[in-house]
Design a protein around this ligand. Structure first.
Ligand code: SF4
Length: 480
């Protein structure tokens, strides 16, 4: 889950995706914000979990009479939902805070709050390090935000970074931020029990807890009735989803996916992220059984060498991972596959780096998130190992990984030329409003010209592919 940030995206599609991910402000409510006495402005950074949390925060503030604005200069409350996955992510937040300094100096009543993983990692220290900040709130404390704002309005800096073993915000219906009205993320669990040695998430998001299954199905049904045609079930490690109320029905991830898929065959179901040790045959067979469960899995590998995987505490071996990929393709032959890879982890040798390249080549990933190791304070790796791989070696290895992945992506997309796919229209292409853009079941971006057919976002069409880049399929609609 940690590396949902950077994806090799199509040049055609890149602009609108990057715009969304790089924390552009969102006007969450259709209603005119001027109908609200108070306004808030929110920027989100990092993984999809953070973006979904911002939708929870928007809903909580809406209940308190706040309207949203895209212009932070007119906001009473400016919020940054932060990421702590790499040093660079935190530096981005610190730089962004400086952008607010001038406006805050000219508008003393304006409050600035930081949310998310960096807030949880630094806690009250954030207030000492960044004098501009008035409020610090961790991922499990968003319900207390209105109270913290009231404290800060009274002139007292406020902090709540308590982690919870129960909190899932199941009863709060998220307000869809800058949504395309077709696809939505639905958080099904919070926290993570895997202690991957390089990762801060267990420290910033706490222990794993699964959300009430009925509340998830209800949210997906509500989205479908409101015209959405795709939901992505979201969690750090969705395969370990497990909800067993006393005296109630025990719901595993496979059963939860089935319940959502049964809402309507017109509702596509995706999920992210999987941990290789927890994805079961049951999950794979449920995916194969339902046409509307998309044939795509994001399966982080991180390294291709067993000794490094053990240092990372990933709890599987190289051989075990390759066997899982083989099993996925046995049960779902046309399954799309993406991954996460870290280059230059502590003590990684050149041979062990070659193992990562060979596992990628053997797994034939369609796309990948690729980073060099960034030591994170407080993690197992930071406490036990020395970050001894020189930066230039990390970078050279990362470049080799990215070059290999670009070739694998090119092969994967080129192999689709001549095939016909069912595509869910998500909107007009950013490059030309004469083109529609959407994705196939394998999560590949497909761009195709409009015809005289009366179509709209949320419609399904069949598209025959005539050409491809390393991240986009180009085709033409075929008559139904
Ligand atoms: S601890 Fe491991 S499984 Fe959990 S979020 Fe971090 S990388 Fe993912």
């Amino acid at each position: 889950m940690a590396d949902l940030l950077q994806k090799v995206h199509s040049e055609l599609y890149k602009k609108d995706v990057e715009e969304a991910r790089q924390g552009e402000a969102f006007a969450p409510f259709a209603e005119d914000p001027n109908t609200f006495s108070k306004k808030f402005y929110i920027e989100s950074y990092g993984c999809q979990m953070n973006f979904s949390d911002s939708e929870i925060v928007a809903s909580i503030l809406h209940e308190e009479g706040y309207g949203a604005t895209r212009n932070f200069e007119e906001a009473n409350l400016v919020l940054l939902n932060t990421c702590s996955i790499r040093e660079k992510a935190e530096q981005t937040v610190r730089n962004r805070l400086q952008a607010f300094r001038k406006v805050k100096d000219s508008r003393p009543g304006m409050l600035i709050g930081v949310l998310g993983c960096m807030a949880e990692r630094l806690k009250a220290k954030f207030l000492e390090e960044e004098k501009l900040v008035d409020i610090v709130v961790g991922p499990d404390a968003y319900r207390t935000l209105p109270g913290l704002v009231a404290e800060a309005e009274g002139g007292q800096k406020s902090v709540n970074v308590l982690l919870s073993r129960e909190e899932t915000y199941a009863d709060i219906s998220p307000v869809r931020l800058d949504s395309n009205g077709v696809t939505a993320f639905v958080s099904i669990m919070r926290g993570c029990n895997n202690m991957c040695s390089f990762c801060v998430v267990p420290f910033t998001r706490g222990r794993e807890r699964s959300r009430d299954a009925e509340s998830i199905v209800a949210e997906c049904r509500d989205l479908f009735e409101r015209g959405y045609r795709e939901v992505t079930l979201l969690g750090q490690n969705v395969d370990s989803y497990h909800f067993a109320p006393t005296g109630g029905e025990e719901v595993t991830f496979a059963l939860l996916m089935e319940k959502v898929a049964l809402i309507s065959p017109l509702l596509r179901v995706r999920f992210s992220t999987s941990h290789p040790k927890d994805i079961t045959d049951d999950v794979l067979r449920t995916m194969a059984k339902y046409e509307n469960i998309c044939k795509y899995i994001h399966l982080p590998v991180q390294s291709g060498n067993t000794r490094i995987l053990q240092l990372m505490n990933r709890t599987y071996t190289r051989e075990w991972y390759l066997a899982k990929v083989k099993r996925i393709r046995e049960i779902i032959p046309d399954c799309g596959l993406s991954t996460d890879v870290i280059s230059g982890f502590c003590t990684e040798t050149e041979e062990e780096h070659q193992d990562t390249l060979s596992v990628m080549a053997l797994s034939k990933f369609d796309m990948a998130y690729m980073f060099s190791y960034s030591e994170r304070p407080g993690t197992l790796a930071a406490r036990r190992y020395t970050d001894d791989i020189p930066e230039e070696v990390k970078k050279r290895r990362l470049t080799e990984i990215i070059n290999l992945q670009n070739n694998l992506s090119k092969e994967s997309y080129t192999a689709d030329i001549g095939k016909t796919f069912e595509v869910l229209i998500e909107g007009e292409s950013k490059r030309s409003d004469m083109d529609w853009v959407g994705r196939n079941s394998q999560n590949k971006v497909v761009v195709f010209p409009k015809t005289e057919r009366d179509l709209k976002k949320g419609d399904y069409v069949r598209v025959k592919i005539h050409s491809a880049t390393s991240a986009t399929l180009l085709g033409n609609m075929i008559a139904e």
